[in-house]
Write a protein that binds this ligand. Structure first.
Ligand code: ITT
Length: 202
């Protein structure tokens, strides 16, 4: 029987990437909304790590109330852009305002780059993964992807800010590059590889 990992996220792009990562391993990876109703989680942390723990803990606690004892994984991530003083950082999902859609956030980033009249700027993605074991032990891992952002959208692959992000070592945006190329550099995949080592011992 395969073991379950319950994802504490409502971002379908993250769900898709995390499920693909675990597909060859003996884990059934399912979003928490398959078990309990979706609810708002306030991200009050000052770091990706704090917010990842807040999300995983919130979902873990609700699952325990429903008597579901499984591994919970969350992902807090975002993009930091040099010409924007390394913002939006932990505010990436709220860059264009609370409840902003990812397309609104992407458009805001592009318009900020246009205002500064730059052709590109160094940027990096961060992912912090929090893991909570069925017994309640908390672990975190991190990963980063370096590259640059440009003031236009090219392609519609990936999700979020991907259509304006070019990883170091490539000449195309993640809107154009296929998933297997994104995986080579991905902040999330790096953090998940470390998470996999922790999962072996849970
Ligand atoms: P959950 O909190 O429910 O997981 P969220 O989308 O609110 O979903 P975050 O608070 O972690 O997640 O915000 C992450 C932001 O960074 C969001 O705007 C994403 O679009 C963006 N982001 C993170 N990883 C990305 C990636 O691999 N490609 C493109 N954009 C990414």
């Amino acid at each position: 029987m395969s073991r379950k990992i319950i994802l504490a996220t409502s971002n379908s792009g993250k769900v898709r990437e995390i499920q693909a990562f675990f597909k060859d391993l003996n884990f059934e990876v399912v979003p928490y909304t398959k078990f309990i109703e979706s609810f708002e989680i306030e991200e009050t942390g000052k770091t990706f790590k704090e917010n990842a723990i807040i999300k995983a803990k919130a979902v873990y606690d609700e699952l325990i109330k429903a008597e579901i004892y499984e591994i919970v994984i969350s992902d807090d991530s975002g993009i930091s852009v040099e010409v924007l003083d390394w913002q939006p950082n932990i505010y990436s999902a709220r860059y264009s305002g609370i409840n902003a859609t990812s397309i609104e956030n992407l458009n805001k980033l592009i318009s900020e780059l246009k205002k500064l009249e730059v052709q590109n700027s160094k940027a990096f993605y961060t992912a912090s993964i929090a893991i909570i074991s069925p017994k309640g032990e908390i672990f975190t891992t991190h990963g980063w992807m370096h590259g640059r952002v440009i003031p236009e959208k090219i392609g519609n692959g990936g999700f979020g800010y991907d259509p304006c992000f070019i990883p170091d070592g490539e000449n195309n945006t993640l809107g154009i590059l296929p998933d297997n190329i994104k995986d080579k550099y991905s902040h999330r995949i790096k953090a998940l590889k470390l998470a996999k080592l922790i999962l072996k011992n849970i």
